[in-house]
Write a protein that binds this ligand. Sequence first.
Ligand code: B12
Ligand code: SF4
Ligand code: SF4
Length: 381
Amino acid sequence: MPPSSRSPTPITADTVRSIADEVGFDLVAFGPADPGEHGAHFLRWLEAGRHGEMRYLEANRERALDPPRWRAGVRSAIALAVDYGSPGVALPGGGRVARYAGGRDYHRWLRQRVFALRERLEAAGVPHGSMNGGTDAVPVLERALAVRAGIGFLAKSAMVISPTHGPYLQLAELLTGLDLPPDDPATGSCGTCTACLDACPTGAIVAPFEVDARRCISYTTIELRGAVPEPLRAAQGEWLFGCDICLEVCPFTRRSPRRNLAGIDRPPELRPHRIVETWTLVDVLAMSPERYEAEFTGTAMRRATRSGLRRNAAVVLGNRADDAAVPALVAALDDGDPVVRSHSAWALGRIDARHPALAAARQREPDATVRAEIERAMERA
Ligand code: B12
Ligand code: SF4
Ligand code: SF4
């Protein structure tokens, strides 16, 4: 049956809402299945190169602008969100992790909820194969769909902020051929506030509503492979994975019902992972491929890769300038990964630029890029 002949809707909007609630979504709203006026902004952003090396965004461009290319016949988006607010996530002894990545990988459990919603709707009469959805790793502009459905308003930090739940929202969506009645736009706005623009340590929020990913710590610690640009390393501060500063300073953060829930009081999928409860930055820097596979599987932190996580750990150790990290950084100057060697040299240079291990490493270093990094580290003396 072609999608256009599916009206009237086989189930009511209230039924969809109550199923979404039952499968575990905190917010649900209906809106158009396309990004509308957000599409032009996305194109300008891509053309300005603000996506850096995230080539998948270019590759998905057509489907993001025109979701029926992803699933024929879709008309309405069921926009969904889960509040993941928490008091903050840090390794013992230092090294912060963005809240969204502190527990089990949300891509898995949230996608399962989207699929559960889809199955329940199919059982209720919505034709099989007429819906498509997911979270994050989907070729749609999730913020655009969420804003258009009324989950929240578009904030100057580029976050979608719910007037009732704040910015700590994981977004998901199910695109359908149903004619669901659109919800009203969310109330609220940033008004005259500029707290996130002022607080962003790298100036990544280049204008209200616009983030240059190349400067964003979330990009440099998660998506970027290879070296973190030197001028951004000090600004990375304590962040081992991701960054929450533009959310933490936001007055709407107070609206998150889960923001003060710690440990066992949290829903199981949002509880802190054993890595963030027991590992140190030195453990991350020194982890073997086997330990990485055994421990990071099932976490969102895996996105950064073993090399990226070890690189990030070196940067944070350098920023902390803790003498206790020196033996681990010295050992890492002999690592097989040139990215780890170069960032460890940078970190050691910040703690003790006269350390004899730097001069010795320069002598034996086979990689010209790493050698140059060691020399810059020694010049700080
Ligand atoms: C690529 C990406 C990133 C990149 C680029 C982010 C960016 N702001 O551009 C990087 C790696 C930097 C990143 C960082 C983060 N991300 Co991210 N990211 C994505 C991803 C995969 C694609 C987003 C994208 O296409 N960006 C390109 C820009 C142009 O589009 P956009 O961010 O959607 O912004 C829209 C609006 O800004 C709008 N717009 C902007 N200006 C204007 C002006 C007008 C007039 C109009 C009409 C529209 C408009 O146009 C854009 C398109 O709709 C989405 C998942 C998805 N599939 O959508 C998650 C997603 C956006 N990220 C998310 C999160 C949680 C984060 C972090 C908080 C993670 C962290 N703690 O480290 C940070 C926040 C940084 C920030 N302030 O944005 C959530 C956002 C949830 C929310 N409440 O908004 C998403 C939706 C993932 C999810 N499923 O939950 N992310
Ligand atoms: S996530 Fe951090 S670096 Fe990125 S825009 Fe927000 S405050 Fe800036
Ligand atoms: S900190 Fe202020 S300007 Fe930034 S998103 Fe929150 S309300 Fe908007």
